[in-house]
Design a protein around this ligand. Structure first.
Ligand code: FAD
Ligand code: DHB
Length: 396
Protein backbone atom coordinates (compact mmCIF):
# COMPACT_ATOMS: atom_id res chain seq x y z
CA UNK A 1 0.00 0.00 0.00
CA UNK A 2 1.28 3.51 -0.74
CA UNK A 3 2.36 5.72 2.16
CA UNK A 4 -0.08 8.45 3.07
CA UNK A 5 1.27 11.83 4.23
CA UNK A 6 1.01 12.41 7.98
CA UNK A 7 2.09 16.04 8.04
CA UNK A 8 1.96 19.03 5.71
CA UNK A 9 2.11 22.80 5.61
CA UNK A 10 -1.46 23.38 4.36
CA UNK A 11 -4.11 20.70 4.94
CA UNK A 12 -6.98 21.31 2.53
CA UNK A 13 -10.34 19.74 3.41
CA UNK A 14 -12.53 19.35 0.31
CA UNK A 15 -11.67 18.76 -3.32
CA UNK A 16 -14.28 20.99 -4.95
CA UNK A 17 -13.23 23.99 -7.05
CA UNK A 18 -11.94 25.95 -4.02
CA UNK A 19 -9.79 23.14 -2.62
CA UNK A 20 -8.46 22.02 -5.99
CA UNK A 21 -7.58 25.51 -7.22
CA UNK A 22 -5.88 26.33 -3.91
CA UNK A 23 -3.89 23.09 -4.12
CA UNK A 24 -2.88 23.80 -7.70
CA UNK A 25 -1.77 27.37 -6.93
CA UNK A 26 0.21 26.21 -3.86
CA UNK A 27 1.75 23.28 -5.70
CA UNK A 28 2.96 25.62 -8.45
CA UNK A 29 4.38 28.00 -5.84
CA UNK A 30 6.24 25.13 -4.13
CA UNK A 31 4.14 25.23 -0.95
CA UNK A 32 3.51 21.77 0.48
CA UNK A 33 -0.20 20.82 0.77
CA UNK A 34 -2.53 17.80 0.92
CA UNK A 35 -6.16 17.65 -0.29
CA UNK A 36 -8.61 15.31 1.48
CA UNK A 37 -11.89 14.78 -0.41
CA UNK A 38 -14.70 12.62 0.97
CA UNK A 39 -16.20 11.55 -2.39
CA UNK A 40 -14.71 9.46 -5.16
CA UNK A 41 -13.14 11.05 -8.24
CA UNK A 42 -16.03 10.24 -10.61
CA UNK A 43 -18.60 11.80 -8.28
CA UNK A 44 -16.60 15.02 -7.88
CA UNK A 45 -16.03 15.26 -11.64
CA UNK A 46 -19.67 14.79 -12.55
CA UNK A 47 -21.42 16.95 -9.94
CA UNK A 48 -23.41 19.39 -12.10
CA UNK A 49 -23.23 22.94 -10.77
CA UNK A 50 -22.06 26.33 -12.00
CA UNK A 51 -21.17 27.28 -15.55
CA UNK A 52 -19.88 30.86 -15.78
CA UNK A 53 -16.29 31.97 -15.16
CA UNK A 54 -15.24 35.56 -14.63
CA UNK A 55 -12.02 37.03 -16.01
CA UNK A 56 -10.26 36.77 -12.62
CA UNK A 57 -11.07 33.05 -12.35
CA UNK A 58 -9.86 32.42 -15.90
CA UNK A 59 -6.66 34.40 -15.23
CA UNK A 60 -5.95 32.25 -12.15
CA UNK A 61 -6.55 29.02 -14.07
CA UNK A 62 -4.23 30.23 -16.82
CA UNK A 63 -1.57 31.25 -14.29
CA UNK A 64 -1.46 27.73 -12.86
CA UNK A 65 -1.43 26.01 -16.24
CA UNK A 66 -5.01 24.73 -15.95
CA UNK A 67 -6.62 26.61 -18.84
CA UNK A 68 -5.53 24.77 -22.00
CA UNK A 69 -8.89 23.06 -22.52
CA UNK A 70 -10.79 26.11 -21.26
CA UNK A 71 -9.03 28.21 -23.91
CA UNK A 72 -9.90 25.63 -26.60
CA UNK A 73 -13.46 24.69 -25.60
CA UNK A 74 -14.76 27.51 -23.38
CA UNK A 75 -17.33 29.83 -24.96
CA UNK A 76 -16.50 33.53 -24.57
CA UNK A 77 -19.62 35.63 -23.93
CA UNK A 78 -19.75 39.39 -24.36
CA UNK A 79 -23.18 39.88 -22.83
CA UNK A 80 -26.45 38.53 -21.48
CA UNK A 81 -30.07 39.18 -22.34
CA UNK A 82 -32.68 40.25 -19.79
CA UNK A 83 -36.29 39.45 -20.73
CA UNK A 84 -39.49 40.85 -19.27
CA UNK A 85 -42.87 42.01 -20.59
CA UNK A 86 -42.35 39.90 -23.77
CA UNK A 87 -39.28 41.92 -24.78
CA UNK A 88 -35.54 41.50 -24.46
CA UNK A 89 -32.68 43.85 -23.61
CA UNK A 90 -29.05 42.96 -24.16
CA UNK A 91 -26.35 43.99 -21.65
CA UNK A 92 -23.05 44.39 -23.48
CA UNK A 93 -20.16 43.72 -21.10
CA UNK A 94 -17.10 45.03 -22.99
CA UNK A 95 -18.58 48.45 -23.78
CA UNK A 96 -19.94 48.89 -20.23
CA UNK A 97 -16.95 47.55 -18.29
CA UNK A 98 -13.84 48.60 -20.21
CA UNK A 99 -13.50 45.31 -22.06
CA UNK A 100 -14.49 42.60 -19.57
CA UNK A 101 -16.32 39.41 -20.60
CA UNK A 102 -17.18 35.97 -19.16
CA UNK A 103 -16.51 32.35 -20.17
CA UNK A 104 -19.06 29.56 -20.32
CA UNK A 105 -17.10 26.54 -19.08
CA UNK A 106 -18.72 24.13 -16.66
CA UNK A 107 -17.55 23.62 -13.09
CA UNK A 108 -17.32 19.88 -13.88
CA UNK A 109 -14.67 20.65 -16.52
CA UNK A 110 -12.68 23.02 -14.26
CA UNK A 111 -12.61 20.29 -11.62
CA UNK A 112 -11.58 17.58 -14.14
CA UNK A 113 -8.73 19.74 -15.46
CA UNK A 114 -7.39 20.56 -11.97
CA UNK A 115 -7.58 16.94 -10.78
CA UNK A 116 -5.78 15.63 -13.88
CA UNK A 117 -2.94 18.14 -13.46
CA UNK A 118 -2.46 17.50 -9.74
CA UNK A 119 -2.45 13.73 -10.16
CA UNK A 120 -0.09 13.94 -13.15
CA UNK A 121 2.34 15.91 -10.94
CA UNK A 122 2.03 13.38 -8.13
CA UNK A 123 0.61 16.06 -5.80
CA UNK A 124 -1.15 14.59 -2.72
CA UNK A 125 -4.89 14.43 -3.44
CA UNK A 126 -6.87 11.73 -1.65
CA UNK A 127 -10.38 10.73 -2.68
CA UNK A 128 -12.76 8.87 -0.36
CA UNK A 129 -11.00 10.50 2.58
CA UNK A 130 -13.80 11.58 4.91
CA UNK A 131 -12.67 14.25 7.36
CA UNK A 132 -14.39 13.70 10.69
CA UNK A 133 -12.83 16.41 12.89
CA UNK A 134 -10.19 19.12 13.15
CA UNK A 135 -8.54 19.47 16.54
CA UNK A 136 -6.02 21.92 17.92
CA UNK A 137 -7.25 24.79 15.78
CA UNK A 138 -6.25 27.22 18.52
CA UNK A 139 -2.77 25.73 18.93
CA UNK A 140 0.25 26.01 16.69
CA UNK A 141 -0.37 22.58 15.18
CA UNK A 142 -3.90 21.71 14.06
CA UNK A 143 -4.66 18.07 13.26
CA UNK A 144 -7.12 16.81 10.66
CA UNK A 145 -8.76 13.48 11.51
CA UNK A 146 -10.06 11.44 8.59
CA UNK A 147 -11.21 7.98 7.55
CA UNK A 148 -9.72 6.36 4.44
CA UNK A 149 -10.28 2.77 3.32
CA UNK A 150 -11.84 1.98 6.69
CA UNK A 151 -8.80 3.24 8.65
CA UNK A 152 -8.84 6.28 10.98
CA UNK A 153 -5.89 8.55 10.17
CA UNK A 154 -4.49 11.95 11.10
CA UNK A 155 -2.75 14.74 9.20
CA UNK A 156 -0.75 17.29 11.18
CA UNK A 157 -0.73 20.72 9.54
CA UNK A 158 0.68 24.20 10.00
CA UNK A 159 -2.65 25.50 8.71
CA UNK A 160 -5.96 23.87 7.80
CA UNK A 161 -8.20 25.33 5.10
CA UNK A 162 -11.87 24.33 5.10
CA UNK A 163 -12.88 24.13 1.42
CA UNK A 164 -15.55 21.59 2.35
CA UNK A 165 -18.67 23.46 1.27
CA UNK A 166 -21.67 24.67 3.23
CA UNK A 167 -22.25 21.36 5.07
CA UNK A 168 -18.56 20.71 5.77
CA UNK A 169 -16.99 19.87 9.12
CA UNK A 170 -14.25 22.50 9.35
CA UNK A 171 -16.56 25.43 10.15
CA UNK A 172 -18.12 23.22 12.82
CA UNK A 173 -14.70 22.66 14.40
CA UNK A 174 -14.62 26.35 15.33
CA UNK A 175 -16.16 26.91 18.79
CA UNK A 176 -19.59 28.54 19.04
CA UNK A 177 -19.31 32.24 19.58
CA UNK A 178 -16.07 32.65 17.60
CA UNK A 179 -17.91 33.24 14.30
CA UNK A 180 -20.86 35.43 13.39
CA UNK A 181 -23.17 34.17 10.70
CA UNK A 182 -25.64 36.05 8.52
CA UNK A 183 -28.32 34.21 6.57
CA UNK A 184 -31.33 34.63 4.26
CA UNK A 185 -33.34 31.74 2.87
CA UNK A 186 -35.46 32.37 -0.24
CA UNK A 187 -39.07 31.18 -0.65
CA UNK A 188 -38.33 29.45 -3.96
CA UNK A 189 -35.88 27.01 -5.56
CA UNK A 190 -34.34 26.42 -8.97
CA UNK A 191 -35.27 23.41 -11.05
CA UNK A 192 -32.20 22.82 -13.25
CA UNK A 193 -32.14 20.63 -16.33
CA UNK A 194 -29.46 19.53 -18.75
CA UNK A 195 -30.69 18.78 -22.28
CA UNK A 196 -29.08 17.32 -25.38
CA UNK A 197 -30.12 20.18 -27.65
CA UNK A 198 -28.14 23.10 -29.10
CA UNK A 199 -28.81 26.30 -27.11
CA UNK A 200 -31.64 28.43 -28.52
CA UNK A 201 -29.58 31.57 -27.94
CA UNK A 202 -25.97 32.76 -28.40
CA UNK A 203 -25.88 34.35 -24.94
CA UNK A 204 -27.61 33.59 -21.63
CA UNK A 205 -31.18 34.77 -21.11
CA UNK A 206 -32.46 35.79 -17.65
CA UNK A 207 -36.27 36.03 -17.85
CA UNK A 208 -38.69 37.73 -15.45
CA UNK A 209 -42.23 36.50 -16.06
CA UNK A 210 -45.54 36.52 -14.20
CA UNK A 211 -45.14 32.71 -14.05
CA UNK A 212 -41.74 33.02 -12.32
CA UNK A 213 -38.08 33.30 -13.29
CA UNK A 214 -36.37 31.25 -16.00
CA UNK A 215 -32.73 31.11 -17.17
CA UNK A 216 -31.38 29.75 -20.44
CA UNK A 217 -27.71 28.80 -20.18
CA UNK A 218 -25.55 26.25 -21.97
CA UNK A 219 -22.69 23.84 -21.52
CA UNK A 220 -21.48 23.50 -25.13
CA UNK A 221 -22.72 24.10 -28.69
CA UNK A 222 -24.81 20.90 -28.34
CA UNK A 223 -25.87 20.89 -24.67
CA UNK A 224 -28.29 23.35 -23.05
CA UNK A 225 -28.65 24.10 -19.34
CA UNK A 226 -31.94 25.66 -18.25
CA UNK A 227 -33.48 26.64 -14.92
CA UNK A 228 -37.04 27.32 -13.75
CA UNK A 229 -38.09 28.98 -10.51
CA UNK A 230 -40.22 26.44 -8.59
CA UNK A 231 -41.73 26.29 -5.07
CA UNK A 232 -39.45 24.99 -2.31
CA UNK A 233 -39.86 21.24 -1.85
CA UNK A 234 -40.65 20.57 -5.52
CA UNK A 235 -40.01 16.95 -6.56
CA UNK A 236 -38.25 16.94 -9.96
CA UNK A 237 -39.81 13.56 -10.76
CA UNK A 238 -43.27 15.14 -10.57
CA UNK A 239 -42.62 17.07 -13.81
CA UNK A 240 -42.74 15.36 -17.21
CA UNK A 241 -40.25 16.53 -19.83
CA UNK A 242 -43.12 18.04 -21.80
CA UNK A 243 -44.35 20.02 -18.81
CA UNK A 244 -40.83 21.38 -18.27
CA UNK A 245 -40.45 22.51 -21.90
CA UNK A 246 -43.99 23.99 -21.94
CA UNK A 247 -43.25 26.00 -18.79
CA UNK A 248 -39.87 27.19 -20.08
CA UNK A 249 -41.49 28.22 -23.36
CA UNK A 250 -44.19 30.20 -21.53
CA UNK A 251 -41.65 32.04 -19.36
CA UNK A 252 -39.28 32.91 -22.23
CA UNK A 253 -42.18 34.03 -24.50
CA UNK A 254 -41.30 37.17 -26.43
CA UNK A 255 -42.83 39.19 -29.28
CA UNK A 256 -41.05 38.26 -32.51
CA UNK A 257 -39.91 34.99 -33.97
CA UNK A 258 -37.60 33.53 -31.24
CA UNK A 259 -38.12 29.80 -30.67
CA UNK A 260 -37.08 27.54 -27.78
CA UNK A 261 -35.63 24.30 -29.16
CA UNK A 262 -36.54 21.13 -27.25
CA UNK A 263 -34.48 17.98 -26.79
CA UNK A 264 -33.97 14.97 -24.53
CA UNK A 265 -33.52 15.96 -20.88
CA UNK A 266 -30.57 14.08 -19.38
CA UNK A 267 -30.52 15.46 -15.81
CA UNK A 268 -33.02 17.09 -13.44
CA UNK A 269 -32.37 18.53 -9.97
CA UNK A 270 -33.96 21.04 -7.62
CA UNK A 271 -31.69 23.43 -5.70
CA UNK A 272 -32.77 25.52 -2.71
CA UNK A 273 -31.48 29.11 -2.53
CA UNK A 274 -29.70 30.76 0.35
CA UNK A 275 -27.50 33.74 1.20
CA UNK A 276 -25.03 33.04 4.01
CA UNK A 277 -21.84 34.69 5.31
CA UNK A 278 -19.45 33.69 8.12
CA UNK A 279 -17.34 36.36 9.77
CA UNK A 280 -14.41 36.18 10.13
CA UNK A 281 -13.23 33.57 7.63
CA UNK A 282 -10.45 32.48 9.98
CA UNK A 283 -9.97 31.22 13.50
CA UNK A 284 -6.42 30.66 14.68
CA UNK A 285 -4.74 28.35 12.18
CA UNK A 286 -8.01 27.33 10.55
CA UNK A 287 -9.23 29.25 7.52
CA UNK A 288 -12.47 28.93 5.54
CA UNK A 289 -12.80 29.43 1.78
CA UNK A 290 -15.59 29.15 -0.81
CA UNK A 291 -18.98 27.73 0.13
CA UNK A 292 -17.66 26.74 3.58
CA UNK A 293 -17.53 30.47 4.37
CA UNK A 294 -20.35 31.92 2.25
CA UNK A 295 -23.23 30.98 -0.02
CA UNK A 296 -24.99 33.12 -2.62
CA UNK A 297 -28.22 32.32 -4.46
CA UNK A 298 -27.15 31.25 -7.97
CA UNK A 299 -28.73 34.12 -9.95
CA UNK A 300 -25.73 35.97 -11.41
CA UNK A 301 -23.33 33.00 -11.16
CA UNK A 302 -21.11 34.29 -8.35
CA UNK A 303 -20.65 31.14 -6.18
CA UNK A 304 -17.82 29.47 -8.02
CA UNK A 305 -16.09 32.77 -8.82
CA UNK A 306 -16.20 33.83 -5.19
CA UNK A 307 -14.67 30.51 -4.18
CA UNK A 308 -11.91 31.13 -6.73
CA UNK A 309 -11.19 34.67 -5.53
CA UNK A 310 -10.89 33.49 -1.89
CA UNK A 311 -8.26 30.91 -2.75
CA UNK A 312 -6.35 33.26 -5.05
CA UNK A 313 -5.90 35.58 -2.04
CA UNK A 314 -5.08 32.64 0.23
CA UNK A 315 -2.53 31.14 -2.15
CA UNK A 316 -0.75 34.49 -2.38
CA UNK A 317 -0.75 34.76 1.41
CA UNK A 318 0.71 31.27 1.93
CA UNK A 319 3.29 31.91 -0.79
CA UNK A 320 4.34 35.17 0.87
CA UNK A 321 4.59 33.37 4.20
CA UNK A 322 6.79 30.64 2.71
CA UNK A 323 9.05 33.14 0.95
CA UNK A 324 9.37 35.91 3.53
CA UNK A 325 8.08 34.48 6.81
CA UNK A 326 5.54 37.31 7.00
CA UNK A 327 1.97 36.48 8.06
CA UNK A 328 0.71 39.97 7.10
CA UNK A 329 -1.26 38.78 4.05
CA UNK A 330 -2.64 35.80 5.93
CA UNK A 331 -3.72 38.08 8.76
CA UNK A 332 -5.53 40.30 6.24
CA UNK A 333 -7.17 37.33 4.44
CA UNK A 334 -10.60 37.52 6.03
CA UNK A 335 -11.00 41.30 5.73
CA UNK A 336 -9.68 41.28 2.16
CA UNK A 337 -12.14 38.59 1.06
CA UNK A 338 -15.16 39.77 2.99
CA UNK A 339 -15.29 43.06 1.08
CA UNK A 340 -15.68 41.15 -2.16
CA UNK A 341 -17.99 38.57 -0.55
CA UNK A 342 -20.49 41.20 0.61
CA UNK A 343 -20.44 42.86 -2.82
CA UNK A 344 -21.29 39.50 -4.43
CA UNK A 345 -23.91 38.83 -1.75
CA UNK A 346 -25.59 42.11 -2.61
CA UNK A 347 -25.45 41.52 -6.35
CA UNK A 348 -26.78 37.96 -6.08
CA UNK A 349 -29.60 39.10 -3.79
CA UNK A 350 -30.37 41.97 -6.21
CA UNK A 351 -30.49 39.69 -9.27
CA UNK A 352 -32.58 37.13 -7.40
CA UNK A 353 -35.14 39.51 -5.94
CA UNK A 354 -35.42 41.57 -9.15
CA UNK A 355 -36.09 38.57 -11.36
CA UNK A 356 -38.06 36.08 -9.22
CA UNK A 357 -41.70 36.30 -8.19
CA UNK A 358 -42.13 35.42 -4.50
CA UNK A 359 -45.20 33.41 -3.46
CA UNK A 360 -48.04 35.89 -2.84
CA UNK A 361 -45.93 38.77 -4.18
CA UNK A 362 -47.88 42.04 -4.27
CA UNK A 363 -48.54 43.91 -7.52
CA UNK A 364 -46.61 46.79 -5.93
CA UNK A 365 -43.47 44.66 -5.64
CA UNK A 366 -43.86 43.45 -9.22
CA UNK A 367 -44.10 47.07 -10.43
CA UNK A 368 -40.87 47.87 -8.55
CA UNK A 369 -39.14 44.96 -10.32
CA UNK A 370 -40.38 46.07 -13.74
CA UNK A 371 -39.37 49.66 -13.04
CA UNK A 372 -35.85 48.47 -12.15
CA UNK A 373 -35.61 46.41 -15.34
CA UNK A 374 -36.80 49.41 -17.39
CA UNK A 375 -34.17 51.53 -15.68
CA UNK A 376 -31.42 49.06 -16.63
CA UNK A 377 -32.68 49.14 -20.23
CA UNK A 378 -32.81 52.94 -20.42
CA UNK A 379 -29.75 54.05 -18.44
CA UNK A 380 -26.17 53.12 -19.36
CA UNK A 381 -25.26 53.83 -15.73
CA UNK A 382 -27.76 51.28 -14.42
CA UNK A 383 -26.69 48.80 -17.10
CA UNK A 384 -23.02 49.37 -16.26
CA UNK A 385 -23.68 48.65 -12.59
CA UNK A 386 -25.14 45.27 -13.56
CA UNK A 387 -22.43 44.54 -16.14
CA UNK A 388 -19.51 45.35 -13.80
CA UNK A 389 -20.85 43.06 -11.11
CA UNK A 390 -21.79 40.26 -13.51
CA UNK A 391 -18.53 40.26 -15.48
CA UNK A 392 -16.70 40.40 -12.15
CA UNK A 393 -14.85 43.05 -10.23
CA UNK A 394 -11.05 42.83 -10.42
CA UNK A 395 -9.56 40.28 -7.98
CA UNK A 396 -7.86 42.87 -5.71
P1 FAD B 1 -18.02 22.61 -3.05
O1 FAD B 1 -18.10 22.62 -4.52
O2 FAD B 1 -19.26 22.34 -2.26
O3 FAD B 1 -16.90 21.57 -2.64
C1 FAD B 1 -16.75 21.11 -1.33
C2 FAD B 1 -16.05 19.77 -1.37
O4 FAD B 1 -15.78 19.34 -0.05
C3 FAD B 1 -16.91 18.70 -2.02
O5 FAD B 1 -16.18 18.04 -3.01
C4 FAD B 1 -17.29 17.79 -0.86
O6 FAD B 1 -17.47 16.45 -1.29
C5 FAD B 1 -16.09 17.97 0.04
N1 FAD B 1 -16.36 17.67 1.46
C6 FAD B 1 -17.45 18.04 2.18
N2 FAD B 1 -17.35 17.58 3.43
C7 FAD B 1 -16.17 16.91 3.50
C8 FAD B 1 -15.51 16.18 4.54
N3 FAD B 1 -16.05 16.05 5.74
N4 FAD B 1 -14.32 15.61 4.27
C9 FAD B 1 -13.73 15.73 3.04
N5 FAD B 1 -14.34 16.39 2.02
C10 FAD B 1 -15.54 16.97 2.26
N6 FAD B 1 -23.05 28.45 -8.54
C11 FAD B 1 -23.26 29.13 -9.65
O7 FAD B 1 -22.59 30.14 -9.84
N7 FAD B 1 -24.20 28.69 -10.56
C12 FAD B 1 -24.92 27.53 -10.37
O8 FAD B 1 -25.72 27.14 -11.21
C13 FAD B 1 -24.71 26.80 -9.21
N8 FAD B 1 -25.39 25.66 -8.98
C14 FAD B 1 -25.18 24.98 -7.80
C15 FAD B 1 -25.88 23.81 -7.50
C16 FAD B 1 -25.71 23.15 -6.28
C17 FAD B 1 -26.48 21.89 -5.98
C18 FAD B 1 -24.81 23.67 -5.33
C19 FAD B 1 -24.61 22.99 -3.98
C20 FAD B 1 -24.09 24.83 -5.65
C21 FAD B 1 -24.27 25.50 -6.87
N9 FAD B 1 -23.54 26.65 -7.19
C22 FAD B 1 -23.75 27.32 -8.31
C23 FAD B 1 -22.53 27.15 -6.33
C24 FAD B 1 -21.16 26.69 -6.76
O9 FAD B 1 -21.22 25.41 -7.32
C25 FAD B 1 -20.33 26.71 -5.50
O10 FAD B 1 -20.22 28.05 -5.08
C26 FAD B 1 -18.95 26.08 -5.68
O11 FAD B 1 -19.09 24.69 -5.92
C27 FAD B 1 -18.13 26.32 -4.42
O12 FAD B 1 -16.99 25.53 -4.45
P2 FAD B 1 -16.37 25.00 -3.12
O13 FAD B 1 -15.17 24.24 -3.54
O14 FAD B 1 -16.27 26.08 -2.14
O15 FAD B 1 -17.47 24.00 -2.51
C1 DHB C 1 -25.52 29.15 -14.83
C2 DHB C 1 -25.84 29.23 -13.52
C3 DHB C 1 -26.15 30.47 -12.97
O1 DHB C 1 -26.45 30.56 -11.69
C4 DHB C 1 -26.16 31.61 -13.74
O2 DHB C 1 -26.51 32.79 -13.19
C5 DHB C 1 -25.81 31.52 -15.06
C6 DHB C 1 -25.48 30.28 -15.60
C7 DHB C 1 -25.18 27.83 -15.40
O3 DHB C 1 -25.28 26.84 -14.68
O4 DHB C 1 -24.87 27.77 -16.59
Amino acid sequence: MRTLPTRTTVGIVGGGPAGLLLARLLHRAGVDCVVLESRDRAYVEQRQRAGILEQGTVDALRACGAADRLDREGLVHDGVELRWDRRGHRIDFPSLTGGRKVWVYAQTEVVKDLIALQLADGAPLLFEAQVTAVTGADTGRPVVHYRHEGVERTLECDYVVGCDGFHGVVRQAIPDGELRTFERVYPYSWFGILADVPPSCDELIYAHSPRGFALHSMRSPTVSRLYLQVPNGTDPAAWTDEQIWDELEARFAIDGDWKLERGPITQKAVLPMRSFVTEPMRWGRVLLAGDAAHIVPPTGAKGLNLAASDVIVLARAFTALARTGSTAELDAYSDTCLRRVWRAEHFSWFMTTTLHTAPGQSEFDTRLQLSQLDRIASSPHAAAELAENYAGLPVF
